[in-house]
Ligand binder design. Structure first.
Ligand SMILES: [Zn+2]
Length: 467
């Protein structure tokens, strides 16, 4: 009490029975010694892990119980870069074979008619697929605000996250309006952008342990030249205690564009805009010189590595080990579903394991390291290492439990390695803040069929608006 725990989180959890999960085949703690417990249990009270160990827990009257049937428990996976609205443009033919810049040009016009209901549905569907793949916290970078529907648009995302019961960090993106762009249907003024950031902070952001909803400030890209916006976002984020997020180093052309139009390379620009410190994390982080990698390390920023998107877009390979050695924290992101085109967190861990090996050899990446990026790395980059990222007493109860084996992993010698090396599985149970959100492989309290039907309708309407 009095420790900054948001009132809503307290009232939400005050009536909760203890949750006792038993019969875990493996419990991957990600604690400092990377302990993996076998024949394990875990007990959660009021959203917080209070007990875990091997053997059988003492069950009390009134406890809610989950029999894990020998399953494998991981800390809830943390997705640090996504654009949930883009699942309305999956496998969108006009951008099927496009690299980043033509991809952006081909994608955006489809979203002129994006409204609150579309975003509400896209966020629910995006979180649903992530949750089924083990994700308990998603950072959603939304930067598309058509003039007609811009006001209050991000509220639709927050309301959708509340329904799904997944932790949600809205990264309030933006594209500054420009007189130079004749058809500027989605630009906003700096005052509109920063005013909305302040409003969203006041209305939704929950600071302190256990917060379910959060806000970060996230101008779209550094080469767009919105210098004042980058500077002012940094100031506002610092004054409100929020994170800062943007794309950086996704394509090699970025450096030349920045040098030509802004006079400096991207990382120098970040420094100029005062984007430094642990609350800054950057999506992709592929195209950096050795000098820039050293700079990023000394700036103590993080990188959201997005292997599937990088492969799909042909963007390149993030130098995970060099960045890590320099002091950059690496987390994982599935990125938007117009460039993935499905948000499956366990698959992203698998691809993170494999993609580094393509360039640096089989010993360059391990399962432990890939899991670390998806858990502790994500928690660190989102400023949540004190309450999320590992399964330890005192941390919040965010747990992904996968079936011990399936047809694609049957007979695996090392079941935990099998979870990553073999074909990606869906969870059998997902717990967020001590609440069971997926039971027996199905989302609790969500009519998925109806949701998918409504989402499909939105997607087809927007896609056909450009035919
Ligand atoms: Zn992105």
């Amino acid at each position: 009490m009095g420790s900054g725990i948001p009132h809503s989180a307290l009232t939400q959890s005050a009536m909760m029975p203890r949750l006792v999960i038993h019969n875990l085949g493996h419990l991957v703690t990600m604690n400092p010694t990377r302990e993996i417990l076998t024949n394990a249990y875990i007990v959660i009270q009021d959203g917080v892990i209070v007990l875990l160990g091997s053997g059988h827990p003492l069950v009390q009257p009134g406890d809610e119980q989950v029999d894990a049937r020998g399953g494998i428990a991981l800390p809830g996976l943390i997705n640090t870069h996504h654009h949930l609205f883009q699942n309305l443009a999956r496998a969108y033919t006009p951008i099927a074979n496009a690299s980043l810049f033509p991809w952006i040009e081909g994608l955006l016009p489809m979203f002129r008619g994006l409204n609150h209901e579309d975003l509400f549905l896209a966020t629910q569907v995006g979180l649903a697929e992530l949750m089924l793949s083990g994700c308990t916290l998603c950072a959603d970078h939304h930067y598309l605000f058509p003039r007609a529907t811009a006001y209050g648009l991000m509220g639709a995302g927050f309301e959708a996250a509340k329904i799904m019961g997944c932790r949600y960090v809205a990264c309030r993106g933006s594209v500054q309006s420009s007189a130079a762009r004749a058809d500027d249907w989605m630009g906003e003024s700096i005052n509109e952008i920063l005013g909305d950031c302040q409003r969203l902070h006041d209305q939704y952001h929950q600071s302190g342990p256990g917060g379910m909803l959060g806000l970060a400030l996230a101008p779209g890209s550094i080469f767009s030249g919105d210098q004042t916006l980058f500077r002012e976002s940094s100031r506002l984020a610092r004054s409100l205690g929020l994170g800062l997020h943007t794309h950086l180093g996704e394509v090699p052309e970025e450096s030349d564009i920045c040098l030509k139009h802004l006079g400096e390379r991207p990382v120098d620009l970040l420094k100029r805009y005062e984007w430094e410190g642990e609350r800054v994390w950057l999506a992709h982080g592929i195209h950096f010189s050795d000098h820039e990698i050293a700079q990023l390390g000394s700036m103590r920023v993080g990188v959201a590595h997005c292997p599937c998107c990088n492969m799909r877009m042909g963007s390149g390979v993030c130098r995970v080990q060099a960045l890590t050695d320099a002091g950059v924290t690496i987390s994982l992101g599935v990125d938007g579903s117009a460039s993935n085109d499905s948000g499956h967190m366990l698959n992203e861990v698998r691809l993170a394991l494999f993609l580094t090996r393509v360039v640096h050899g089989a010993a360059s990446m391990t399962v432990d390291r890939a899991l670390e990026m998806a858990t502790l790395g994500g928690a660190k980059n989102l400023g949540r290492l004190s309450d999320l990222g590992s399964l330890e007493v005192g941390k919040r109860g965010d747990i992904a439990i996968f079936p011990a084996e399936d047809i694609w992993s049957n007979g695996a010698e090392n079941p935990v390695h099998g979870l990553i090396y073999c074909h990606p599985r869906n969870v059998q149970t997902l717990v967020v803040e001590g609440r069971v959100r997926v039971r027996d492989g199905r989302l609790v309290g969500i009519d998925l069929e109806d949701l998918l039907a409504r989402h499909r309708k939105s997607a087809h309407r927007l896609q056909q608006s450009k035919r």
